[in-house]
Write a protein that binds this ligand. Structure first.
Ligand code: SAM
Length: 227
């Protein structure tokens, strides 16, 4: 059965003294995810927000791959915000901004400038393993923010398990979905068609579905027309 984590650092895994948390799944998924993102981002400059950064390992990893991009991590959970800040400090990278507390269920969520500057209109928003472990209004808020904040050539990347046309793509995802819903009836593996409806409302459309290991996908959404 697929595992999920609501709060990192609660499952007895070692926590570094500086607050850095470790997500087991990060070690399996960061390379496949970057193999998709790099096709859109590698030659670009601009600002990228990570929504629901968790431990902060992805944002630091991707910022190392793309030094010309300024990365803006965020989360809701205080321990996670501390972990993100610790990974940022540990990395020594100058292109990762301090983590911000963002609640995606607020459709008006936005970034606070860092030392008086940025971010501009966003090159991208990346969000991994969040919208199925959160109420539907979090997906709604995520897309609302993408519609407001992405630049004309911007991208929204979603990583995780998804249903296609109402059906699970693997038995393990169906079992995972049941376990999520047992834990919280507002959670659950989301259907790509339902996400496309949110995208349409935000002026976005689905441009790519990339297969990932362990029956996960990366969904790439872009602007429906250059604005
Ligand atoms: C399963 S973790 C995934 C973390 C990270 N993206 C990863 O893939 O390792 C889900 C994350 O979403 C965050 N989250 C949950 N609800 C949220 C909300 N309403 N707004 C922003 N973040 C939220 C949690 O605090 C947690 O860090």
């Amino acid at each position: 059965m697929a595992e999920y984590v609501v709060e990192f650092g609660k499952e007895g895994r070692p926590v570094e003294p500086d607050g850095r948390l470790d997500a087991t799944a990060f070690h399996r998924n960061h390379e496949p995810i970057w193999s998709v993102l790099q096709r859109y981002l590698a030659a670009e400059t601009g600002d990228v927000v990570e929504a629901g950064s968790g431990t902060g390992q992805h944002v630091v990893c991707f910022a190392r791959h793309a030094p010309d991009i300024v990365w803006w991590p965020s989360d809701l959970n205080e321990q996670h915000l501390k972990s993100i800040a610790a990974w940022r400090g540990h990395s020594g990278l100058g292109n990762v901004r301090p983590p911000q507390r963002i609640d995606l269920s607020d459709p008006a969520w936005c970034l606070t400038p860092h030392e008086g500057s940025g971010p501009g209109r966003l090159l991208a928003i990346f969000c991994a393993n969040v919208i199925h472990i959160a109420p539907w209004r979090v997906a709604e808020g995520l897309f609302a923010g993408a519609g407001r904040l992405l630049r004309a050539d911007g991208w929204l990347f979603l990583y995780g398990p998804f249903k296609r046309d109402g059906a699970h793509t693997a038995v393990s995802n169906a079992v995972f979905d049941s376990s999520l819903r047992d834990n919280n009836p507002e959670w659950g593996v989301r259907d790509i068609a339902e996400l496309e409806k949110l995208a349409m409302g935000a002026g976005l459309h689905l441009v790519e579905i990339a297969e990932m290991p362990a029956n996960n996908l990366v969904l790439v959404f872009g602007r429906s027309q250059a604005a």
